[in-house]
Each structure stands twice: as C-alpha cells, then as structure tokens.
Design a protein around this ligand. Structure first.
Ligand code: S3P
Length: 436
C-alpha cells in the first residue's frame, strides 16, 4: 500500500463526465448473459467491481468482450449457466457477490465465491436466508461470510419475501433467482430502494409487476422468463458525480458542469440533501438515457448550512453519506444524521471510518450508534493531515480526497488503490476540473 496525498487546489471549473453507473453496469452484464443472443452495452463502468462480474459470467459460459468503446455480451440464456470450474473471485464487490448468488441459486450448479479482506467481512446471511428458502444450499465461513460454496436448485421454489433490511442487493438477488424459478416470486419492500433491476428487466421484455400498497412496494415476476438481447446505454453514476458535486460546493470559486448524471429518484437523495443545505445545483437538459432520468449538473460554490437529515431519505443516498459528512464538516452549524446502521456493513464500517478520518483531518465529529453528528467549520478549511485509514473502501478514499481539496495542508490516505473499484479515472478528473 502506498499513501496518496490530496492537496488543496483552486476552484473546480469546466465540464467533466463521470464513468457509467456501477449498479446498472453490473446488471447490464448479468442480463446480457441471461439473454439468448448478442447485447451491446455502451457507457459500461470499467471499474474492478464490474470487471469481477464480467469474469464470473464468463466462467459461467457468457462471452463478454470489448468492441471499440462498447462491450458486447453473447448470452447463454436463463437456465443454462454453466458450472464454473474455479472459485469466482468477487474482489471488493458486494453487488457482484449477492446478485450472482441470486443467479446461481436457481441453476443446478455449484459455485464457490471468494473476495478480498473487506468483502470477506460483509454479511451474506441476508441473501443466504431467502435463497435457502428457494432451495439453494450454502456452506459459508463462520458468521455467514465469504469464502462460501453454494449449490443451486433447479427447479427452485418461488417465494414471497419481505425484506428485513432496505437492500436493493437482497431484492435483486431474490428476483434474479426468480427468473429461472417456475411460478411467481415476490419481494415486498417496506422502504423503496434503487429500482434498476425492475426497470431493466422490463426493458428486456420481462413482465415485472410493481404494486404500491400501504407505502410498501410489492414486486413480482413469474418464471421461467426469457430475456431479449438488446442495446443498453449506461448513464453516468450519480454516486461518482457526488464527489465532484460536493467538491465544487465547498471549494470557493468553483463553477462546474458534470454531464450525463443519472437522477433516478431512488438514487438522487444526495442532491436533494445538498440543496436543503444551500448548495447551488441546477439540473440542465433533463432527459432520459437507457430508461433512466438524466441531467447535466451545474454546481457552483455556496456556503452550506448544517441540517438534520431525514432518515427516510437514506436508501436513496446510501453510498453518499461519507461524502455528505465531508460537506457537513465544512458547513455552518451542525448536521445530524440517524438511521444509518447499514453504513456499518458496507465496504467498511463507514460511520467509524469517516468519524476517525474527519477527526484526523481537523473536523469535529461525534459518532453515535446509528449516525454521525458533525459540527461544521463554517466554511473555514479543515487543517488536513493523515494518513487516514481507508479500510479498502473506495468511498472513504474519495471522500477524504474531497476533504483534502478544501483543507489547509491536504489530506493523505493510506492507499488510493481502492478507488479503482468504482472510479478508475477519479484522480485524472480531479486534475482536469482543477486545472487552471
Ligand atoms: C447496490 C445496492 C446498495 C449499494 C451498493 C449497490 C446495488 O447496497 O450500497 O453500492 O447495485 O444494488 P445494499 O442493497 O446492500 O444497500
């Protein structure tokens, strides 16, 4: 591991374009692999997490190749995934792991899943439980973690499953298992989470029923399903754009356009919260790309104010809290967050990792069981310092990079390598936006 220093720089200006959405990129490859025939994907995120999904799907029979700027997938069809000869290495990627476990669950194949030190600590019981009820069997490591071996069941048993945690990964795992399960598989979501699986499956010809009942979403599909091959355009990732939106908000003089950002309402919570804090973010040229709402974001520096963040908004910005904590550290007044227990089981325990990192960089933070309370500097740059520990978590590294831009002395991170999992050109784009 080599440490990396993010130094204060001038305003962020000009126009940038962030890479493709990570969630949609994983799903585009998986659905392409389940279609019979050739799908073409443009705008795919070429980050390590997505490449782990591609490698696993290749090991199960799909042919996936780059073709110019696009990617082409020759799918094997639902029900005909091959048994992988070697363990599937999921790297750092929880999304690859949980969604692919869903796929394997209703195929008559056995697969082993391994991951890095961060992924090997993350809970898999949340997918093992419903997928076991569908008939799959699992041999996990103690604590229900990776490495694990699973054996799918064909035909699997359809279930009606109420999500015990707000998780699009668990919802998607069950729905993906349902694609090759005869009968109707239903997931009940007490709190809406990102809905890319539902939107994309519909776009590929699967009848996905979504009913709203007493504030809950009831999502059903009836298998076995056929997926039509198709052309998929992946919009820019709102989670990646958020680092630049916060950076431009907190660095005086900034005036930045971030092009082609996905603004699905189940993902855009960070922009709603930043606006509540007084950020200057305008949506330009609102349009639809690949079945998702998209706009160019025009972000100008503004003095942010602390707020109490409504915990109900958390699922629509679940990955953006680390960078929100940075924004809050530079705001005027106090920001209170709560209801964020899920942050403790992401790529790292993001509540304790961010509390420690911001304190080291000169921020004033109190850690509670379910959130952070942050007393902002009122726009005064943080002192900076480090190296902060990123715990193999790309979003801790990028959030503290943003803190470094708005600091007196810069912030160093123990390693910038994890950034490649979701945003390989992050540092190059920072240089581009910061170049005079
Ligand atoms: C994702 C869902 C979220 C998110 C992750 C991607 C997805 O996880 O944190 O980065 O693509 O479905 P949970 O479903 O565990 O909240």
């Amino acid at each position: 591991m080599t440490s990396h220093r993010f130094s204060p720089q001038g305003p962020l200006t000009g126009r940038i374009r962030v890479p493709g959405d990570k969630s949609i990129s994983h799903r585009a490859l998986m659905f392409g692999a389940l279609a019979v025939g050739r799908s073409r994907i443009s705008g795919l995120l070429e980050g390590e997490d997505v490449l782990a999904t591609a490698a696993a799907l290749r090991a199960m029979g799909a042919v996936i190749e780059k073709d110019g700027e696009d990617w082409v997938v020759d799918g094997v069809g639902v029900g005909t995934l091959l048994q992988p000869e070697q363990a599937l290495d999921m790297g750092n990627s929880g999304t690859s792991t949980r969604l692919l476990m869903g796929l394997v669950a209703s195929h008559g194949i056995t697969a082993a899943f391994t991951g890095d030190a961060s992924l090997s600590k993350r809970p898999m019981g949340r997918v093992i439980d419903p997928l076991s009820t569908m008939g799959a069997s699992f041999t996990p490591s103690p604590g229900g973690t990776l490495p694990l071996v699973m054996e799918g069941m064909q035909p699997a048993v359809p279930i009606r499953y109420r999500l015990p945690v707000a998780s699009a990964q668990v919802k998607s795992a069950v729905l993906l298992a349902g694609l090759n399960t005869p009968g109707t598989t239903t997931v009940i979501e007490p709190v809406p989470t990102r809905d890319h699986t539902e939107r994309m499956l519909r776009g590929l010809g699967v009848e996905v029923q979504v009913e709203e009942k007493d504030g809950e979403r009831v999502i059903s599909l009836t298998g076995p399903c056929d997926l039509a091959p198709c052309d998929i355009t992946v919009p820019g990732d709102p989670s990646s754009a958020a680092f630049f939106a916060v950076a431009a908000s907190v660095v005086p003089g900034s005036d930045l356009v971030i092009e082609n950002v996905g603004l699905n309402p189940t993902r855009n919570g960070i922009y709603r919260v930043l606006k509540q804090m007084g950020a200057s973010i305008d949506y330009l040229d609102e349009r639809e790309v690949g079945g998702e709402p998209v706009a160019d974001l025009h972000v100008r520096h503004a003095q942010l104010r602390g707020i109490e963040v409504d915990p109900a908004i958390a699922p629509s910005m679940i990955d953006e809290f680390p960078v929100l904590f940075v924004a809050a550290s530079l705001a005027e007044g106090t920001t209170v967050t709560s209801g964020l227990e899920e942050l403790r089981v992401k790529e790292s325990d993001r509540l304790s990792a961010m509390a420690a990192a911001l304190q080291l960089a000169g921020g004033t933070v109190e850690e509670r069981d379910d959130g952070l309370v942050i007393h902002g500097s009122g726009g005064k740059p943080l002192a900076g310092g480090g190296p902060v520990t990123t715990h193999l978590d790309h979003r801790i590294a990028m959030s503290m990079a943003v803190a470094g831009l708005a600091s007196e002395n810069g912030v160093s991170v123990d390693s910038a390598e994890p950034i490649a999992t979701s945003f390989p050109n992050f540092i190059a784009l920072l240089d581009k936006a910061g170049a005079p």
